[in-house]
Design a protein around this ligand. Structure first.
Ligand code: BGC
Length: 832
């Protein structure tokens, strides 16, 4: 731990000293608190989640950040990231926080370790060390905040420790906006060391928030006005500075939870205890013991459980085991340290976050906006299915159930209700195709085709029973048929409100700042077409072909091949611009993404998807399209989305032209779609480019430019500013991005070539020539494969020989799969 004398010296510390990877412990260690931006971690893996920054900022919710938010957070605060899981230490009158904020006292040593599902922050001042550890035990609906206070000085110390967090009234939007109501409804009860936040419990809620300490307390507060004050800020709260809680009972206004713990520590002594912040469902228990007195049986049992000696440490050990098991499904040792570290730990960890959060709650998503995205969550599954396929299966069925019977889909849904969001509605004409990709990925991972028969209705139909519902296969067929049907004058798929690029709005024509770019305009009769959807369709049709072939349904497989051939012919006929594939046709039939355009001449998405879908494979166009990407779009910080950037707003193209050049969809580096190009290089067998492109967006490789990059070095960012922006190389929107799942696919399946296929695991790496080889361990359908790839002749691609448990097998085919639950040795030799 380093001591920071004051904020000035901190900012003068040379760049690249904010932290480092502790790979052995799977932790990122932050050594100074004033990171270029708050660096976030997620707590929770099942249904209960917390956002926790490196200064303990953030909030907590159960299942749904909009409808079940337990603690309060003010987004876009000043300073950034204020409010969270705070401890105030009053040691002989000096008040400080182990996580530096909010008081920011000088001379406090600091270290934060973001680990898998936990964050540990340690502060030390004047010989007193306070270690705080935040995590959500697997399977539980609660956060544990473990505290250890150590007297490292030679004198007896009698510090007082104050916990603090602010309760949220569950519905986060209401909480933030409806003050005429919320200022009057806040209610709490206190029993021993437990604070019960019970606002709205008297009426329609059967749940409450519990915030309890596992050791006796010297006092408490539940009124923010009493603890902090009316005119004071969190950096100068009244109670910690005064040194004593007031035992306030909130009635209306702003309820909080604060405990006072008085300690008496001899030199060298330490004491550990914990706090529990829980979402408690009352179940069938009677709500009240007496008028206005809650029945606290369920809450009491929780406090008791975590007060038992060893309970907290056992829960932490369970969390560690949980992650060790999960990550054990895929581990590699390859010659690149960034690829190793990201794939083995952080990328898979980020995939858990995107699976759980979709695009709902981060430092950029406020938890009240977008819920689960149809296209987003389908893609997130691609990085998650190898970890917990059973949860993936349920998610696929939930998503499919928000499709409408004509084939369109609700673009988003709320995780708590699983109901489509009517405000945004449907008509994004790529959405349904992603369902084909996620379902096929599930079957490739598990071999379980029974998912196709699972009952799964359409969101616009009423069903008397589950048996009356269609099945998942019906949805896949509906999706394929929908794209085949919804086509425009060139035979390309219509785009609707937008395709993957939410901001390419060819039907909005918005001139009015008070309307949504996506929802304005008349989609139904529009003729605007998308080349990107055409490419994605090729890929989806190939997947369906593979699926039907695996199921022995030759006629259906042929039908899919015919669809593929038909769309391929359209693409090759209508969209080749000479050196690359065009991007779209607008509502007037004018080309977008062509040499003939003044700006936006070449786009990334159609090159990626046409190549991945098999376009240009036999006529050299695939290679040429990729070379054009390299020439016009590649930079040292990744591939920009298009060039030249749009300089003026054009209502015919929509939101993409609304952004300043170099950010977001207007020529920003959208990491998500970089991965498709990466996979394209793998398909074409260029391992040098594949690795170079991967490293260009890899956060672990950005540590030596962290003052520019600014984001967390351990998770992929949605966007890095492009070369047209003054802040070229600056990352934004870290964590919740499709980049997580797609980089997992890129590195594990593209570079390392460990590819789940319908019949079994396929080995088909594409690596730099200089790599002598690599090893990987892959658990697959209950078996474990220890894979050893050797590259004696220094090639990028091509498996010359393949051996399974010492016997030669067909190097071009999937490894024959026999479910025996055993460990198998796979040796692959690359070469011509
Ligand atoms: C959205 C994605 C979209 C991407 C590109 C993200 O913010 O969540 O659904 O594909 O932007 O526009």
């Amino acid at each position: 731990m380093k001591t920071h004398e004051d904020a000035n010296t901190m900012t003068q510390t040379p760049p690249n000293t904010y932290g480092f990877f502790d790979d052995a412990h799977r932790e990122y260690v932050i050594t100074r608190p004033d990171t270029p931006l708050p660096w976030l971690n997620y707590l929770g893996q099942d249904e209960f989640f917390g956002l926790c920054t490196n200064t303990a900022g953030g909030y907590t919710f159960w299942k749904d950040a909009k409808l079940r938010r337990l603690t309060r957070y003010r987004y876009n605060n000043v300073p950034y990231d204020l409010g969270g899981r705070y401890f105030y230490v009053n040691d002989g009158g000096e008040v400080w926080n182990p996580g530096w904020k909010p008081v920011k006292t000088k001379n406090v040593a600091y270290e934060c370790r973001h680990g898998l599902g936990y964050t540990r922050i340690v502060g030390e001042r004047d010989g007193l060390e306070v270690e705080t550890l935040f995590f959500v035990p697997p399977g539980e609906n609660l956060e544990v905040w473990k505290v250890t206070v150590r007297n490292k000085s030679a004198q007896r110390k009698t510090p007082k420790l104050f916990s603090y967090q602010e309760f949220c009234f569950f519905d986060a939007l209401n909480d933030m906006t409806n003050l005429q109501r919320t200022y009057s409804i806040g209610e709490v009860e206190v029993e021993g060391s437990a604070i019960y936040h019970k606002t709205e419990f008297r009426e329609r809620r059967n749940h409450y928030t519990l915030f309890a300490c596992t050791r006796p307390i010297a006092g408490f507060d539940t009124s923010r006005d009493a603890f902090v004050g009316i005119h004071e800020g969190l950096h100068e709260p009244k109670v910690p500075f005064a040194g004593a809680c007031t035992n306030s009972i909130a009635f209306g206004w702003n309820p909080i939870g604060a405990h006072q713990v008085d300690l008496d520590l001899a030199p060298g002594a330490e004491e550990s205890f914990a706090f529990v912040l829980a979402y408690v469902e009352q179940g069938d228990e009677p709500k009240y013991d007496a008028p206005f007195v809650m029945n606290k049986k369920v809450g009491r049992a929780i406090v008791e459980k975590y007060s038992a000696p060893g309970a907290v440490d056992a829960a932490l050990a369970a969390l560690k085991k949980y992650w060790d098991d999960l990550l054990g499904n895929f581990q590699t040792e390859c010659p690149n340290e960034h690829a190793n570290r990201m794939l083995n730990t952080w990328n898979q960890y980020q995939c858990m976050a995107t699976f759980n959060m979709s695009r709902s709650a981060s430092m950029y998503e406020t938890g009240i906006g977008r819920g689960m995205g149809f296209r987003d969550s389908n893609q997130d599954l691609l990085g998650f299915l190898h970890m917990i396929p059973s949860r993936g299966k349920q998610r696929i069925l939930d998503i499919a159930a928000t499709q409408l019977s004509d084939g369109t889909c609700f673009h988003q849904y709320q995780p708590l209700t699983k109901k489509g969001n009517a405000e945004i509605g449907g008509d994004f004409y790529d959405d349904h195709l992603w369902l084909v990709l996620s379902t096929c990925a599930y079957i490739k991972e598990t071999g379980d085709v029974t998912i196709l028969q699972e009952p799964c209705g359409y969101a616009d139909k009423e069903y008397a029973s589950a048996d009356a519902q269609e099945n998942l296969l019906h949805h896949l067929e509906t999706s394929i048929a929908y794209t085949m049907k919804k086509r425009g004058p060139h035979g390309l798929p219509l785009i609707g409100h937008a395709d993957w690029n939410d901001c390419l709005n060819l039907n909005c024509f918005s001139t009015e700042p008070n309307e949504s770019f996506q929802l304005a305009g008349d989609v139904k009769d529009s003729k605007a077409e998308s080349v990107m959807i055409a490419g994605l369709f090729l890929y989806a049709a190939n997947e369906m072909d593979g699926l039907y072939s695996f199921m022995g349904k030759a006629a259906d497989a042929n039908r899919m091949r015919a669809h593929h051939a038909e769309m391929l012919a359209v693409i090759e006929r209508e969209t080749w611009d000479g050196e690359w594939y065009t991007r779209a046709y607008d509502a007037e039939g004018r080309v977008v993404g062509s040499k003939s355009n003044e700006e936006g001449k070449i786009f990334i998405e159609s090159q990626g998807w046409c190549v991945l879908g098999g376009a240009g494979a036999n006529n050299g166009r695939a290679k040429q399209a990729m070379e054009s990407v390299h020439k016009h779009l590649f930079t040292k910080n990744g591939v920009v989305l298009q060039q030249p950037a749009y300089s003026t707003y054009n209502k015919d193209l929509g939101e993409v032209t609304s952004y300043p050049p170099g950010v977001k969809e207007n020529a920003g580096i959208f990491s998500h779609n970089n991965t498709w190009i990466n996979l394209g290089w793998c398909l074409l067998g260029d391992g040098e480019r594949a690795l170079e492109y991967y490293l260009s967006i890899c956060p672990s490789a950005k540590q030596d430019q962290i003052e520019t990059y600014r984001g967390e070095p351990y998770v992929y960012a949605q966007m890095i500013a492009g070369k047209d922006a003054p802040c070229f190389g600056e990352a934004k929107n870290n964590w919740l991005t499709g980049t997580a799942a797609w980089t997992f696919v890129t590195v594990s399946q593209g570079l390392l070539g460990v590819k789940p296929d319908f019949a079994g695991l396929r080995i088909d790496p594409c690596i730099p020539k200089a790599w002598p080889g690599f090893t990987a361990t892959r658990r697959f359908r209950g078996n474990t494969y220890q894979i050893d790839v050797k590259n004696p002749s220094g090639v990028c691609k091509g498996v010359k020989s393949l051996r399974l448990d010492g016997k030669d097998i067909d190097p071009q085919a999937p490894i024959p799969f026999v479910a025996d639950g055993k460990t198998h040795q796979v040796e692959a030799v690359l070469g011509a």
